[in-house]
Design a protein around this ligand. Structure first.
Ligand SMILES: Nc1ncnc2c1ncn2[C@@H]1O[C@H](COP(=O)(O)OP(=O)(O)O)[C@@H](O)[C@H]1O
Ligand SMILES: [Mg+2]
Length: 481
């Protein structure tokens, strides 16, 4: 059962089955046809001989009847006629059925329906001819043909010839065997073709199976060479694409875990060192102790913020956070964020401004999430812009009529071109841009979160920047319909 389930075996067996069934059907028809044809030919030949000999006997019989020659003359004549055909036996009967001459030395009995039906048939049928295939006196299958010997319309005798059936049957059997042999050779050819075809199908499948098994063992670098029929080639290509995709996802995940652990370790180390220092004497000095406790608090705050960010980010990327969505007036959200940062900007000696275009369409979105986008962009702009700089928040129609565009533009140091494509990646921080003194770097998740939110809302986010010429972040959000 197991064997017949393999593709290879199935294809070969099905080819073989078709071939064998056709051969059996063909052999059955051919056998009948070949034997009938052989019989007809034998009959035809014997009949031709019989009529020729019958004609040749016309005169001699008359001469025997008139007493001019002895009856043995007839036997001699026929023996000479069939000298090269030793199997042939003959009997000549008188019209009343009594035998006159015979190839053997003894004459047979008078012809009747039982011992010589063909002779009676020749006498009775309009064709003047009788044919029988029956066993002879010795039980050997034999063909008998009897023809009338006539002078004008008068019947003067009957000639009966007989030959054994065996040579005819043997010839037919040989033709039949030859045919079957040819058919078997054809079957072998067909099966071989089936085998090649099956291999052609099965091999690419085996290759794919092995690759999939390797992948299951953890080897994500496996690729297969597309081969075989078109469908299997496409399957192989799809498999390779899937493997590449999986590999890059796994790599990304590994990088993420490495980054996350690294980011978490730094604040944890600070907390641990300060706690140790406090236990080993720093507690005695109230000023130092308070400073260390403050540092511990800051680091713990940072950890909490980072863990929350990570949680939000992973939920968002898994598409789990839809949140309540409603029609939002982006102008109102922008104003809130503007007011939140106003004091901070003033303290940092950065001029923060807000400009909202009239009659902007509302968007469909989650207010908390949209506020977070604004917040993260403005926070960065203030953080990276030195004293005396400017940060502008602009809300206007997008380049596309049914989007609203938020722009956050600053006069900061700008981002180097080699960092620019990466700033939206998780944990990515462009080391060349330093925040203003006294402001700590974030963990590099702010822009990743902003991007996730904007994309979840069907929007787009981007940045343009030149070193020394400030940075502009923009986010386009689709208007509500
Ligand atoms: N307005 C800006 N000007 C210059 N560099 C910026 C600005 N905004 C972001 N960046 C760069 O992009 C990086 C990623 O930003 P973000 O994801 O918010 O992380 P974080 O603010 O925690 O460093 C920052 O570390 C900084 O190098
Ligand atoms: Mg940030």
């Amino acid at each position: 059962m197991k064997l017949s389930r393999s593709l290879n075996t199935r294809l070969v067996l099905s080819h073989l089955a078709v071939a064998l069934i056709s051969i059996i059907l063909m052999a059955a028809f051919a056998a009948r046809f070949i034997f009938q044809a052989a019989l007809a030919e034998a009959e035809h030949n014997l009949q031709g001989l019989a009529f020729a000999a019958g004609n040749a006997l016309e005169l001699p019989i008359q001469e025997v009847n008139e007493g001019r020659v002895d009856v043995s003359y007839i036997k001699d004549l026929l023996s000479r006629m069939f000298a090269d055909n030793p199997e042939m036996e003959f009997t000549v009967y008188r019209p009343d059925g009594f035998p006159m001459a015979d190839s053997s030395d003894t004459l047979p009995p008078r012809a009747n329906r039982v011992n010589a039906p063909e002779v009676i048939e020749a006498l009775e049928s309009e064709l003047g001819r009788g044919i029988r295939i029956r066993d002879n006196a010795n039980g050997v299958p034999t063909m008998y043909i009897a023809v009338l010997i006539q002078r004008e319309i008068e019947v003067t005798g009957i000639l009966r010839l007989s030959i054994p059936m065996a040579p005819t049957q043997e010839a037919a059997r040989r033709s039949f065997l030859l045919l079957v042999a040819i058919a078997l050779i054809v079957t072998a050819g067909v099966s071989m073709f089936g085998y090649v075809l099956a291999n052609n199908l099965a091999r690419p499948i085996q290759v794919l199976t092995r690759a999939a098994q390797n992948m299951e063992q953890g080897d994500l670098s496996v690729r297969v060479k597309p081969s075989g029929p078109e469908e299997l080639e496409r399957l192989a290509i799809a498999f390779n694409n899937m493997a590449s995709r999986l590999q890059s996802n796994v790599n990304e995940l590994r990088a993420f875990v490495a980054n996350a652990s690294h980011e978490l370790r730094t604040p944890l180390t600070v907390v641990k060192l300060r706690a140790e220092a406090l236990r080993e004497g720093a507690l005695e000095d109230t000023d130092v102790a308070l400073r260390f406790l403050g540092e511990i608090e800051t680091e713990v705050d940072r950890l909490v913020r980072m863990v929350n960010d990570l949680l939000d980010l992973s939920r968002m990327e898994a598409g789990l956070v839809g949140g309540q969505r409603a029609r939002l007036n982006l102008g109102a959200v922008a104003r809130e964020v503007y007011e939140t940062f106003n004091i901070r900007a003033a303290r940092a000696e950065v001029a923060l401004s807000l400009e909202v275009e009239d009659n902007l369409p509302p968007i469909m979105g989650n207010e908390d999430q949209i506020r977070r986008v604004f917040y993260n962009l403005v926070e960065n702009a203030i953080k990276y812009t030195p004293c005396g700089g400017r940060v502008e928040m602009l809300l206007r129609r997008g380049p596309n009529e049914n989007t609203v565009r938020l722009l956050v533009r600053d006069t900061g140091p700008g981002i180097a071109p080699e960092h620019l494509p990466h700033v939206f990646e998780r944990f990515y921080r462009a080391e060349t841009t330093q925040p203003r003194p006294g402001v700590s770097r974030g963990s590099g998740l702010g822009l990743a979160i902003a991007k996730s939110i904007v994309e979840n809302h069907g929007g787009e986010i981007g940045v343009s920047s030149q070193i020394g010429n400030g940075t502009t972040f923009w986010a386009d959000l689709p208007a509500a319909v």
